[in-house]
Design a protein around this ligand. Structure first.
Ligand SMILES: *[C@@H]1O[C@H](CO)[C@@H](O)[C@H](O)[C@H]1NC(C)=O
Length: 342
């Protein structure tokens, strides 16, 4: 998190952003696979590189990264959640800084990405803890949320004292249950990250939303555990989800994507590629759809498969396994990630 002095410097920047709500459009995990992006190497399907590329210039733009040790994560479960679906997601979050699971581990995945983005003045924290959870099972703001509603939902949880306003090292995850519709969910986004507006939530705090795509659009938001029909028709097979539920395991992958971007680009002025700060391509965007060696273009890459035929690439706590996407390394100039073997 930014120290107070940095917050002052950021005010003009924040004001600029407040005037441009549409910017939020871009800080998102998009449905995958999606259509081509023409000749622009940073747009659409062509922006994913498993191999190295000097065309991509993921750079540090001097803004704060999430560096508090620990970073305290707060989860708001919105809508009616099945506890069996919450358990793997919770275990994933608890695994981010857990050194116990065997390699390749979730913690190793996180630490590697953090290491590649180390700066003299601002390093992404290696310690992430699940500091609090709250339920909004009654879906206080209805079953169909706008993007701004995500902040209103958070504001209500903070105002009711269900979650603290932890603006000195906290970050928030709003996770919507299967029945909940969110603006642009499925059509253009599977999750996004941004920061809260002081006028709504009282402080500037990083947050992300990720939706459960089960029963709604697993074919575009739970890749590679579910595929759009044109891909299945062409003979491609979906991978079996490591925790048995495409909607949940797909969500873990999107959560991993959003957390990596939240940590490295929380105020949208730290790590991103491209010259246009209003349309940044972030650390996970560059490797969407890549889960192992050779991945990209509709092939997830070489990943491990367990005795039940379930695919995974990292170990987590409670003996769980997950499949997380690779992240762009500005050092290696390629996507990097866990290489799990069978
Ligand atoms: C960030 O990490 C690097 C090593 O990767 C270290 O040299 C540097 O001092 C660290 N910066 C801070 C602020 O801790």
């Amino acid at each position: 998190m930014a120290p107070p002095a940095a917050e002052l410097i950021l005010i003009p920047f924040l004001l600029l952003l407040l005037c441009r709500w549409d910017l939020l459009e871009v800080m998102a995990a998009t449905p995958y696979p999606h259509g081509g992006g023409g000749d622009d190497p940073l747009v659409g399907a062509s922006k994913r590189y498993e191999g190295s590329s000097d065309l991509v210039d993921l750079r540090y733009h001097m803004g704060p990264v999430l560096s508090s040790a620990p970073l305290r994560l707060y989860v708001l479960w919105y809508g009616r959640w099945d506890p069996a679906h919450q358990a793997p997601i919770r275990d994933f979050l608890l695994s981010i800084s857990d050194p116990a699971p065997p390699r390749p581990s979730v913690a190793e995945w996180w630490a590697t990405a953090a290491l590649y983005t180390d700066q003299t003045l601002a390093n992404v924290t290696r310690r992430v803890e699940l500091a609090g959870e709250a339920d909004d099972a009654a879906a206080s703001h209805g079953g169909s949320l706008s993007r701004l509603d995500i902040q209103r939902v958070l504001a209500a949880a903070v105002a009711a004292g269900h979650l603290p306003a932890d603006h000195r090292g906290g970050a928030y995850l709003v996770l919507t249950a299967p029945g909940v519709a969110v603006q642009d969910f499925c059509r253009a986004v599977c999750g996004f990250h941004y920061f809260t507006f002081p006028s709504l939530v009282g402080h500037t705090m990083p947050y992300a939303w990720v939706g459960h795509s089960g029963g709604r659009c697993t074919d575009v938001c739970a890749y590679p555990f579910s595929l759009p029909s044109y891909m299945s028709r062409s003979g491609m097979a979906a991978l079996r989800p490591p925790n048995g539920e495409a909607g949940v395991d797909g969500m873990v992958s999107v959560i991993a994507h959003e957390l990596a971007e939240l940590a490295t680009n929380p105020l949208v002025n730290a790590w991103y590629a491209g010259e246009d700060p209003t349309a940044p391509t972030e650390i996970a965007d560059l490797c969407e759809g890549v889960y192992g060696t050779g991945g990209g273009g509709g092939y997830a890459g070489k990943v491990a498969v367990d005795a039940q035929g379930r695919s995974w690439n990292v170990n987590g706590r409670n003996g769980r396994r997950f499949l997380v996407q690779w992240l762009w390394s500005p050092v290696a100039k390629s996507c990097v990630g866990p290489n799990a073997s069978d």
